[in-house]
Structures are given as C-alpha cells and as structure tokens.
Write a protein that binds this ligand. Sequence first.
Ligand code: ATP
Length: 429
Amino acid sequence: MSDLMKDITGLCKRRGIIYPSSEIYGGFANSWDYGPYGVLLKNNVKKIWWETMVKFRDDIVGLDSAILMNPKVWEASGHLKAFTDPLVDCKKCKQRFKSDDLKKKECACGGELTPARDFNLMFKTHAGPVESDANLVYLRPETAQGIFVNFKNVLDSTRVKIPFGIAQIGKSFRNEITPGNFTFRTREFEQFELEYFVDPKKADKSFDEWKEERLKWYLGLGIDKKKIKLKDHPKKDLAHYAKAVTDIEYEFPFGWSELEGIANRGDYDLKQHQAVSGENLQYTDGEGEKFTPYVIEPSGGVDRAVLAFLVDAYKEEEVKGEKRTVLSLHPKLAPIKVAILPLIKKEPLIKLANKIYTELKELWFVEYDESGTVGKRYRRQDEIGTPYCVTVDFDSLEDSRVTVRDRDSMNQERIDISALKEYITHKIQ
Ligand code: ATP
C-alpha cells in the first residue's frame, strides 16, 4: 500500500471514519465498517446522488428491490453463465489469482500455475432450512437486475413515459478473487445505479448526455478535474450485448481506476427477461407503436465514490511550524457542518455555546466540543472535514457576535449570532 493510502487508512481509523471489520477477532480481510463520521459521509454521498437523480428530475423514479431474488433472474441476465473471472491456482503455495492480474504469468514463489478456469463471482446461499440445489439462491452481484424485473411494475403503476429512468441504491456482493486497496474492491459493497430507458433511435445521444452528467456530478462535489476522466472501452472489448461503454476513472494513489461505468446496454436485458419469464416487457408509445426500449446505465460504487472524495480531500500542510491534516471535503459531503466551541470550559460561555449548538442542530449535523485548547479542537475538526468552527468567547457575551473560522483558508470572521444560520447556509451550499 502506498504511503498516502496508509495515511488515509490511518486517519479513517483514528477519527471514526472507516474501521477494519471484526477487529476484536483479528479482523476479516477486505471488510470495512463505516464509523460515526464515515456513515454520515457515506449517507451524504447517497443523499446527494438520490436528490440529483430522483428529487430534482421529473423523468426518474426510485426503487428499493430485494437482495435475494428468484434464481431465474440470474439465468436470464447471463450472470449464472458468464459472471466469471479467470482463476488460476499455484500448485506449490496454493495461492489463487485472477489470471489477468498476474504480470508474468507466474507465481512469486516460482510454483507452477494451473490453467485458467472460470470462477463465478456470485455468492451462493440457501433459502430456508434445507441445503439442497432446489433452494439455492444468490446474493445479487448488482442492483440493476432488480430494476429490470420491475420495469413492468413501474410502467403499470406510475405515469412514467419514455424516456424515463429507475434509480436504486443498495448493497451488492461479489466473491472477488483479489479484493484490496482499502474500500476500492471489496466483496460486499454498495452501488448507485440508474437504468434510463430510451427510444432506441435516441440511445446514442442519451449515452453521451449521461457521460457528461455523471462527470459533472463528481466535479460539482469538488473532485479535482485533473484527477478524473472519461475512458471509452474499445469496441473489441465490449460484451456482446453492449453498444458502448465509458468508464469514469479517478487517479487513486494506486493508479487510474474505475469509479463508475456508463453503458449503452441496448435492449439486451429487457429482451432476456421477456424471453425467460414469458412476460411482455415491451413499451407502447403514444402512437401505439410497440418496441423494446434501449437502456443507458450509469452504474457507480458508493464506496468507491466515498474513497475518491476522501483521497481527493486529504491534505497535509505546515501551519506555523506544525503539521495539520485536513480533509477539504465539499461542504455538502462533510459529515459535520459546524462545530461549536466555547473558548474555555466555563459558564456563561458554555451556556451561550449550547444555545447556538441546539439552534444549529435543527439544520445540520453539528458538534459541540469544549475539551482541550481551541487549537487542538480546530485540528480535530479539520481532520474530519468540518468546514466551519464557531468560537464563543467573552466578547460574545457583550456584542452577541462569534468567530467563524473557515477550515481551508483558516480565516476568521466575526458574525452576529442572529445571522449565523444564514451565513453558514449560504457558505455550505
Ligand atoms: P471492476 O472492473 O473494477 O471490477 P466492474 O466493471 O466489474 O468493476 P461494474 O460491474 O461496472 O464494475 O459495477 C459498477 C460499479 O460498482 C463500479 O464502477 C464500481 O464503482 C462498483 N463496484 C464493482 N465491483 C466492486 C467491488 N468489488 N467493490 C467496490 N465497488 C465495486
């Protein structure tokens, strides 16, 4: 792991953002738990995505489908047959590798490798008490199929008209051969996926629009534009049904890697589900013309987005000869928006600080901190990315004003307590 990734992983553990899973039992490799600040950050990412997709658009509706589905879904989608990675075993040390990951096609121990065989990445389990093939079920490896199987339900129960989308956020599971790089590749992860159904004639245009929309979303949340790019998949590498695929890549400390994939999947999914289920999944337009819509799919990982935002925001600076670590997160992403700090732990400062705290808590996640020097308290907030600290001092008792300190510039301004809500609202938009 690079030094920067080590620093970020260390900060995440130390400051309650992300912990190694099951740590008191020695951990569980490549599983991670979001701590008190991490869950707020992750929830913000999901909320902003949901608002962008479902709340602020009139052409997209939401869905929350089950993780366990009829196994026929995975037969129809092609996952049972083709959701595989090529796996090789080392005959000497018994390690397993994804064969694409092996640079020289040999094991580090020098042992001989078996020929590659297909390894299905879907987790299996059994529904009910009997462990037989008859009740084999799979943990979904993507949320998308839950959307396709509800296409008809949504058409029949709402007033959507093509073009329209169905958006979903939820957990997915893949038995990855080589998980790693902190939360970048894990076996349990969360996805935000949109299936946008369009007239086939308009699919190319819609695909181009979604590429730009999704790139704009990350940029709007502060991602450095030098570190994010669109990367088209060459036609020859596309799955047989895909018309076009473009990834959004971010330059992580371990290299440029996929954050989100945007695909023009044609009419493959709906046609497959129609064929296997026997249900009519065609769309009838205003003129009575029937057709199977094409689907444009922007499919991203919530955990990967969170990791990109963390990496992008992480900074170490020297301030007056001292090191400061700061997460310059976009204010919309910041777990805590404001910290209220009485200059010293004494009445009546505490009383006034608590009054402000209670008022601001109605609007945002706010923290009250009275322990340690103000400098130390600023550093604590810097490390979790709190954009504003409000210090209540003795003058505040006289002039009803407080000092607002900006996380990034460290500039301080005196603001009227009565104007605080408006001031901060304006700043964190
Ligand atoms: P990769 O090539 O990195 O395995 P993928 O192309 O298989 O990813 P998709 O099937 O397109 O991924 O899934 C959509 C998104 O879900 C990805 O862009 C990624 O953000 C997220 N994702 C996929 N697999 C994982 C994983 N194992 N851990 C965390 N996020 C994942």
